[in-house]
Design a protein. Structure first.
Ligand code: ADP
Ligand code: MG
Length: 270
């Protein structure tokens, strides 16, 4: 198992207590949702959804548009409070906690529509992230060193002085991941980060997700491209109109009749 990335970005002056591997025993349940629901007016966006994620796993989350995937991310990251159910993270009940508290406890997420500070440089955007999260940088110097390492990890080293608003789509997506990594999460939620990428960019993005996982960070990944989901996920859960209709290995999911009917026959690109 490699935790190279974590120790690299920690920098020479970082405290020794921030190696993610030190926090966990293998296969512990990192995240557990129990009968979580969210209602908007008359729409039940998430309906009694339960699942868990083990430490070190990559969980794929799929379902047609409107299935409730982004709402589920909003419930886990504290943007919405569930109407019912509980969310436990790292052996703690985080249901309804404020987003910044959840970020401090070690959950980071990207947004489906990426939102960098467009007038700041890439480096400044990541440095903002280093001010928050589970282990904020102690000073600007440390934030800068660690942010440069994160930008190198996300293949943005040669664009760190570029204004975020001037970056290409693929680089803005990388920057969104870099900003999330800057909060030093134990769990990273990626919401359709690969939409709109060409095949070569997709391969790079898949490699990046694998490197993040190899650094000891667990992930939940929402994607429509099945090649991506099947290639990176240890397990996949499927949502349809707010309900979980399947939970299994990628092989189990592609051969599940209900999933094929609800989703795989529909809008998926392979
Ligand atoms: P997905 O990400 O799977 O495409 P969403 O979670 O965005 O689906 O949406 C699930 C359902 O919840 C949809 O019917 C959507 O219109 C509704 N919804 C999501 N967010 C809100 C909101 N802030 N207010 C009202 N309805 C919402
Ligand atoms: Mg969505």
């Amino acid at each position: 198992m490699s935790f190279q990335f974590v120790s690299d970005w920690s920098g020479p002056d970082a405290s020794p207590d921030i190696r993610i591997s030190d926090f966990f025993t293998p296969y512990m349940k990192l995240l557990e949702l129990d009968n979580v629901s969210k209602v908007f007016g008359g729409v039940v966006a998430v309906n009694r959804v339960s699942f868990h994620l083990n430490q070190g796993e990559v969980l794929g989350l799929i379902g047609p548009n409107g299935a409730g995937k982004s709402t589920l991310f909003n419930l886990i990251s504290g943007i919405f409070k569930p109407n019912a159910g509980t969310v436990r993270f790292n052996n703690k009940d985080i249901t309804g906690m404020a987003p910044y508290k959840i970020c401090e406890s070690g959950i980071a997420r990207t947004f489906q529509l990426v939102k960098p500070f467009s007038r700041l440089t890439s480096l400044e955007n990541v440095m903002v992230g280093r001010a928050y999260g589970s282990h904020p940088a102690r000073d600007t110097r440390e934030a800068r060193i660690e942010s440069e390492q994160i930008l190198a990890f996300t293949s943005l080293a040669n664009k760190q002085t570029r204004t975020a608003g001037m970056l290409s789509l693929v680089d803005r997506k990388r920057l969104e991941i870099a900003r999330a990594l800057a909060t030093k999460p134990k769990l990273l939620l990626l919401d359709e980060m690969m939409a709109g990428l060409n095949p070569a960019e997709l391969d790079d993005a898949i490699a990046l997700v694998k490197s993040i996982r190899d650094s000891g960070i667990s992930l939940i990944v929402v994607e429509h491209v099945m090649k991506v989901i099947m290639g990176i996920s240890d397990r996949v859960i499927v949502l349809k109109t707010g309900e979980k209709i399947a939970d299994g290995t990628p092989q189990e999911i592609v051969s599940n009749r209900e999933v094929v009917k609800a989703y795989l026959g529909g809008e998926v690109s392979c």
